[in-house]
Design a protein around this ligand. Structure first.
Ligand code: PLP
Length: 448
């Protein structure tokens, strides 16, 4: 018989650092000097020493409406009392249908069917699987190739890291990545684009590399191309003017599906519902997560066009059309959180506020141009980045020092390589943006 041991018996301490293997974290470094938050409200975290710390990253690009929003908490609580969980395999519950219908009202025209998952990574793997299965369903089963892009981030599933192009995310798994994947070149070029305000003028032609890839492999072997409209996690790469339009033209020309990974760029981050709307380019498949529930409950979603959905609907009525799904696809709590989040975005006109604040962020950010070691500043919508000259001691050191300086001065930013990235919540005021950028200015100086 097993005796149920209490935490005291086991000597478990609530704040023991050892047991938790933290994700995407330098564990040894963090545990030697932890940075802990214990609360949050609006644009601020509360640190464990009581400081109010401005969240310049909206959590991980997800808390678009700010932290601890009561209408979302209330909706989750109410849902929990009513229906805690129900599967969506061969049965359903109203909230999932409602959430899909609500999403449809803000999705780019033409994207009108939604498949739910629990994260951006799952939304991406779902999109890649839909692309392959769709090609097969329409009699083009030889289209097995997937095209991603260097420096792309599409989460951490094997599909996502295969089409993704961030070296460290792939390195340890390079022998086990998906076959039949190729990559477009990334769009970052300091010589031609440094300090571009908004979209760089130079670089649309980089999309033409898709023609080279089509010639090399034969376009009839390619199922889909996946890109982030704005690459976020690699350090904010804004698409050059005309680049996404060119990709769309080439995909149409060669019969390839275009997938936009809007896990970061969706839900108002660009001042519009989605980046597709902002750039005027509609993909065939779109992935979402993060801001879909304001980051409060995990949820991912993959939207597809009617053409794609209908291609699956031709078989016998009793047959499952797509052998894919997650236990928590369309989880009632996630759907309740999602519906309340969409209400909040609408009622508080947060996408509009983001559009209003984006030029404020742009102007403030570009005022950092003459600070020491700043070699580029990039921005679009409520996204900003400052790239720093790498320290002689190694790549990433200067950005880490800058990040730490910010933390100690009550601001959270993100860093990747030597780029500091910011994605303020859409509720941010001019005063918040001032604090964010001025704290960063001092942090850059102190790290020089
Ligand atoms: C563009 C993009 N796709 C996918 C993901 C993965 O999302 P998740 O961490 O929820 O799996 C991210 C996360 O940052 C992302 O930025």
């Amino acid at each position: 018989m097993n005796k149920q041991l209490s935490p005291q018996d086991l000597n478990v301490k609530p704040n023991d650092m050892d047991a938790y293997w933290m994700p995407f974290t330098a564990n040894k470094q963090f545990k030697a000097n932890p940075r802990m938050v214990t609360g949050a409200d609006g644009a601020f975290y509360t640190a464990d020493d009581g400081r109010q710390v401005l969240d310049g990253a909206a959590g991980l690009w997800c808390v678009n409406a700010g932290h601890n929003r009561k209408p979302i908490a209330d909706a989750i609580n109410a849902q929990l009392q009513e229906l805690d969980y129900a599967p969506n395999f061969q049965m359903g519950h109203p909230r999932a249908f409602e959430m899909a219908s609500r999403l449809k009202t803000i999705l780019p025209t033409g994207l009108d069917h939604v498949f739910f998952s629990n994260s951006g990574s799952e939304a991406v793997d779902t999109a890649l699987k839909i692309a392959l299965a769709y090609q097969r369903a329409r009699g083009e089963g030889q289209r097995t190739r997937l095209i991603g892009r260097e420096r792309g981030y599409h989460g951490v599933g094997f599909g996502g890291i295969s089409v993704g192009g961030m070296t460290y995310n792939r390195k340890a798994f390079s022998g086990a990545l998906l076959p039949h994947v190729d990559h477009l070149p990334h769009t970052h070029n300091l010589a031609h684009q440094a300090f571009s305000v908004g979209q760089p003028e130079w670089g649309a032609h980089l999309a033409d590399d898709l023609e080279r890839i089509c010639t090399l492999h034969d376009p009839s072997t390619i199922a889909a191309v996946i890109v982030e409209p704005v690459a976020g996690s690699t350090g904010v790469l804004v698409p050059p003017k005309g680049y996404l339009q060119r990709l769309r033209e080439l995909c149409d020309h060669y019969g390839l599906l275009l997938i936009f990974d809007e896990v970061i760029s969706g839900f108002g981050r660009m001042g519009t519902g989605f980046a597709a709307e902002f750039f005027g380019v509609t993909p065939d498949i779109m992935t979402m997560a993060k801001g879909i529930t304001n980051g409060v409950i995990p949820m991912g979603a993959t939207a597809v066009s009617g053409d794609i959905y209908n291609a699956f609907m031709d078989g016998p009525e009793h047959m499952i059309e797509f052998f894919h799904g997650y236990t928590y696809s369309g989880h009632p709590l996630a759907c309740a959180a999602g519906i309340a989040t969409l209400d909040l975005y609408r009622d508080e006109q947060l996408f509009e506020n983001a559009a209003k604040m984006a030029p404020v962020l742009e102007k403030k950010l570009h005022s950092l141009r003459d600070e020491p070691n700043v070699i580029d500043i990039r921005n679009i919508g409520m996204i900003g980045a400052v790239e720093l000259k790498p320290h002689a001691d190694g790549v990433g050191k200067r950005a880490y020092d800058t990040y730490l300086n910010c933390w100690h001065n009550d601001v959270v930013v993100r860093f990747t390589g030597d780029t500091i990235a910011m994605s303020p919540a859409l509720i941010m005021t001019e005063e918040n943006i001032e604090q964010l950028v001025e704290t960063l200015r001092q942090a850059i100086r102190d790290a020089a």
